[in-house]
Design a protein around this ligand. Structure first.
Ligand code: UP5
Ligand code: MG
Length: 217
């Protein structure tokens, strides 16, 4: 092999390595409403090099955007505790990931909080992101329904969230049990789930999260 051919193959290898290295590495963060997903993600980003993307926050932002075509649909789905069609959510997630990586190419590790919540979400993810991002594992914040409801009702006194009321919460819990738990079980069968007891206090939960992240990277 002459020098030019050797250099060309080295460049090809290096560019493949670069693409692999830059491929988004994703941790899905799942659990019931009020299980503490957002609280724990905020703590994780202080200690580990992850970017936190909450699908719920992205949807609320889109709902509030003046020119949004999907605003009223998102609004009614959230109040009803129903899961927004994946075409909307996946576009918001993809854009947020791309923008993060465009600003800083070293930011390719993401905590995706509150997604995927049902089969439609999972299929949408696979359709759009398969081969483009690696799902490393799932962090599952396991918390009783009663604790989840109490936390959200307490937060509802000041959050301004349209779904932090008893009526919406009962629907959110039903949606979680019927649609999201089967997704978690699916990942469990693949050995990809780390379950955290989320009924403990915030720092105890985080101590358990750290054990997982220190092991998984
Ligand atoms: N708190 C947290 N941890 C605590 C602890 N260990 N001990 C005591 N208190 C604790 O926490 C909730 C409250 O509990 C806070 O007041 C906190 O201080 C306290 P938080 O960290 O906010 O919990 P989290 O699990 O993030 O709860 P959240 O309400 O955000 O969960 P949901 O999954 O219900 O909400 P999300 O924003 O993800 O989605 C809202 C809606 O958007 C969905 O219902 C759905 O309609 C729609 N949606 C989609 O359609 N598709 C998506 O992909 C995502 C959302
Ligand atoms: Mg949240």
């Amino acid at each position: 092999m002459n020098v030019r051919a050797l250099r060309s193959s080295c460049e090809k290898v290096w560019s493949a390595v670069w693409v692999v290295a830059m491929k988004p590495q994703v941790v899905f963060v799942l659990g019931g409403p009020g299980a503490g997903k957002g609280t724990q993600c905020a703590k994780i980003v202080q200690h580990y090099s992850y970017t936190h993307l909450s699908a719920g926050d992205l949807l609320r932002e889109e709902r509030n955007r003046k020119d949004s075509e999907d605003g009223s649909l998102i609004d009614s789905y959230i109040k009803e505790g129903k899961i927004v069609p994946v075409e909307i959510t996946i576009n918001l997630l993809r854009k947020a990931m791309e923008e993060t990586m465009k600003k800083d190419e070293n930011k390719f590790r993401f905590l995706i909080d509150g997604f995927p919540r049902n089969q439609d979400n999972l299929q949408g993810w696979t359709r759009v992101m398969d081969g483009k991002a690696d799902v490393k594992f799932v962090l599952f914040f396991d918390c009783s329904n009663d604790v989840c409801i109490d936390r959200c009702l307490e937060r509802g006194k000041s959050s301004g969230r349209t779904d932090d009321n008893r009526e919406s919460l009962e629907k959110r819990i039903q949606t979680y049990l019927q649609s999201t738990r089967p997704i978690i079980e699916q990942y469990e069968k693949q050995g990809k789930v780390h379950t955290i007891n989320a009924s403990q206090d915030v720092n105890e939960v985080f101590a358990d999260v750290k054990k997982v992240l220190d092991k998984e990277g």
